[in-house]
Ligand binder design. Structure first.
Ligand SMILES: [Zn+2]
Length: 62
């Protein structure tokens, strides 16, 4: 999985990391990415609360 390296405001919820970053075009993105081995969950969200909600509700390998 590609790991964005310019995260700010990093929050950890269990194995899931939520970070805010800027793409190269002046837009802000919010990404939730699971760091658990074997879990490839990673998604971008338009707002921070959506990313945090996804992190809180994420379950590895259901
Ligand atoms: Zn996971």
């Amino acid at each position: 999985m590609a790991r964005p390296n310019r995260f700010t405001n990093v929050l950890r919820v269990g194995p899931v990391q939520v970070g805010t970053h800027h793409d190269g075009r002046g837009r802000t993105k919010h990404t939730a990415a699971c760091t658990a081995p074997g879990c490839n969950f990673s998604a971008d969200y338009l707002d921070r609360s959506a990313a945090e909600l996804a992190a809180r509700t994420h379950r590895c390998n259901p």
